[in-house]
Design a protein around this ligand. Structure first.
Ligand SMILES: Cc1ncc(COP(=O)(O)O)c(C=O)c1O
Length: 414
């Protein structure tokens, strides 16, 4: 079944052919993969790209004069431009390769934080951050005797935007906000947050880990100062991600790690540093995975992203309706602006037990706090069952999920 969106039919069945893993069986049952917020599956072109690199031009980059090194260097450097264009950064120098969102945020806390945040300064985050946008700031605050402030959220999982301006003081040095919540699906009004922050001359970091695969992000249009994301959540390999930073800020920040590649010259008396972005990329980078991230971007560029995103919204809507129609099921995270994440609890059924039962039916969901313990504490629940959709999911798979949930209730409910 295809989704009809303004006469355009999104053909999920056909798209599925690009992702070989979707043909796998789990316990002899067809796999229904609903753990896309944890990591996306990889299209054949990305898998082939990795194989091609290791089979034909594996070499260290930027230092070799030989054929293989030149080829690998070119392929690696091309990806920086692909990422720049993908998020519409004004310069490729604004793109830093990291291991993922977590490292990108840690890089900002270790460098921007080291230089610009001091005793008594304040950092603002939100009540729905992933642990990776909480812990690095807590560590920094502890080291610097700085203060971490939190924008609260409502019961439905929306930010209390009316409280933001009251939290800002002349001591606020950074606002770091998740674009799209991984546990609730809420899409936050980041543009509005950035506007308010900039009125107060405060830079803003956007955690785009969940947003990057689902919507077109334009850093110039958003006017964010930093943007962090992971390759593996956007059809690329694990172990690679990006930090976007405005050039003028990156130029002022000290280096991250020390080592090769990030230096201009080294003597025992003094080391001078390479220019941005290499100043932040010490050591041999993750060459193969960066190149394969480029293949993932090429794949996304060929996709009709508007239709794919409309299909994902339709899946989310369909799953929300099917699940709420089941007695004892309650949706967690019902913001008016949501991505394709459906989190729910079942009265009288432990989330982990339900997840394990669904697994036996070949249905892959995630259970627990989803690395957002403060969200669960705020809502007074230990965790949720989360089904997160990608454009390659189908309505039939959601029917199987709803059937599985009904059976789980029949079997497991106390
Ligand atoms: C909103 C959000 N931020 C950050 C992260 C961390 O990403 P990674 O583990 O790829 O560094 C995740 C991962 O689930 C996430 O969902």
């Amino acid at each position: 079944m295809g989704t009809e969106i303004n006469q355009v039919v999104f053909d999920a069945e056909n798209i599925r052919k690009d992702f070989p893993i979707l043909n796998e069986k789990a316990y002899g049952k067809p796999l229904a993969y609903f753990d896309n917020a944890a990591t996306s599956q990889k299209p054949q072109v990305v898998i082939d790209c990795l194989k091609d690199y290791y089979s034909h031009y594996n070499a260290n980059i930027h230092r070799g004069v030989h054929f293989l090194s030149q080829k690998a260097s070119q392929a690696f450097d091309d990806v920086r431009i692909k990422v720049q264009q993908f998020i519409n950064a004004s310069s490729e120098r604004e793109i830093i390769f990291t291991r993922g969102t977590t490292e990108s945020i840690n890089l900002v806390s270790a460098t921007f934080g080291r230089k610009f945040i001091g005793t008594g300064d304040e950092i603002i985050i939100t009540a729905m951050e992933h642990h990776s946008n909480i812990v690095p700031w807590q560590m920094l605050c502890e080291e610097k005797q700085a203060i971490l402030k939190v924008i609260p959220m409502t019961d439905s999982g929306e930010l209390c935007m009316d409280q933001l301006e009251g939290l800002i003081t002349e001591k606020t040095k950074l606002i770091s906000v998740v674009h799209t919540s991984n546990s609730l699906g809420t899409i936050n009004p980041v543009k509005e947050i950035i506007r308010i922050a900039h009125q107060n001359s405060i830079p803003v970091l956007i955690d785009a880990a969940q947003a990057i695969a689902h919507e077109h992000l334009d850093v110039q249009e958003l006017d964010c100062d930093f943007l962090a994301f992971s390759g593996h959540k956007m059809f690329g390999p694990t172990g690679v991600g990006c930090l976007y930073g405005k050039l003028e800020l990156l130029e002022k920040m000290p280096p991250y790690q020390g080592g090769g590649e990030m230096i201009h010259s080294v003597s025992f008396e003094k080391t001078t540093y390479n220019e941005v972005p290499f100043k932040f990329e010490a050591g041999t980078p993750n060459i193969a995975d960066v190149i394969a991230l480029g293949a993932a971007i090429d794949y996304l560029n060929l996709l009709d992203r508007t239709a794919a995103s409309a299909h994902e919204s339709a899946l989310m809507q369909y799953a929300s309706e099917k699940l709420t129609a089941i007695e004892h099921v309650k949706l967690i995270g019902t913001a008016s602006h949501k991505t394709s994440v459906v989190s729910f609890i079942i009265d009288g059924v432990n989330a982990l037990d339900a997840g394990m039962y669904l697994d036996t039916m070949g249905i892959a969901v995630r259970t627990g706090h989803h690395c957002t313990e403060p969200v669960m504490n705020r809502l007074g629940i230990p965790g949720t069952i989360r089904a997160s959709f990608m454009f390659y999911n189908t309505f039939e798979e959601i029917d199987r999920l709803a059937e599985g949930v009904k059976k789980a209730i029949g079997l497991l409910r106390r």
